[in-house]
Write a protein that binds this ligand. Structure first.
Ligand code: GSH
Length: 214
């Protein structure tokens, strides 16, 4: 079946799915979703009424959420890159880190940047302060873990790196530079950005980066 990825090139969670697709050279059709355009929005909400991207479709099958998308690709469209190790303990470590980066880093990054587009009087300074503290707690843990590691889980490039890359990229780009405070994460982000799969997603995001609320 033909794969379609509903996405926006600026979306951090779409980067996560794109990295997985590009790692394996998996053929797919990108379908741009522009939520501010009623036609695009309506067409996308018909496919996934929750309205969050990325969403992958494979024929009639609809797969929302970045991690299940990567799971689905591993199961039904495998390629040379094993993003989820076959060995159960190694897979557990990768999945744990995927959750760690999504829930303890990415979520807070989204909260901080998302608050910037709220209208005056509807902002959430308390929530942003909490997110910033929690994000730095998680970054300190990641910094400690990354010392001596090339990729997040300590083995080959994996789902955990797909999760880490966009979260670290946007924190560094639009919240707090990693350099100085987090040397191991700075070096890790450098490796992620040079990785051809993420370099490609970033090149595609480039024309939209001016839209990032800073
Ligand atoms: N847990 C979801 C999160 C997806 C998500 O938050 N997507 C954002 C873009 S990065 C989105 O769709 N934002 C539009 C909105 O919430 O209206 C995943 O892993 O895919």
């Amino acid at each position: 079946m033909a794969l379609t990825l509903y996405l926006h090139p600026l979306s951090s969670y779409c980067h996560k799915a794109l990295i997985a697709l590009y790692e394996n050279g998996t053929p797919f059709t990108p379908q741009l979703v522009e939520l501010h355009k009623p036609e695009s929005r309506e067409a996308f909400f018909k496919i996934w009424p929750v309205g969050k991207f990325p969403v992958l479709t494979d024929g009639e099958r609809v797969i929302p959420e970045s991690t299940p998308i990567i799971d689905y690709l591993a199961l039904h469209h495998p390629g040379p890159a094993t993003l989820i190790p076959h060995e159960p303990e190694a897979a557990l470590a990768v999945r744990a880190l995927d959750r760690f980066y999504d829930l303890n880093v990415h979520t807070h990054m989204q909260k901080i940047i998302g608050d910037r587009i709220r209208p005056e009087g509807r902002k959430d300074p308390h929530g942003v302060e909490h997110a910033r503290k929690a994000m730095h707690t998680a970054l300190a843990i990641a910094e400690n873990d990354m010392g001596g590691r090339e990729w997040a889980a300590g083995g080959g490039f994996s789902l955990a790196d797909c999760a880490a890359a966009p979260a670290l990229f946007y924190i560094n780009e639009a919240i707090d530079p990693l350099a100085g405070r987090y040397p191991a994460l700075t070096a890790y982000l450098g490796r992620l950005m040079k990785r051809p799969s993420y370099a490609r997603a970033l090149a595609e995001a480039q024309p939209y980066l001016h839209m990032l609320p800073r």
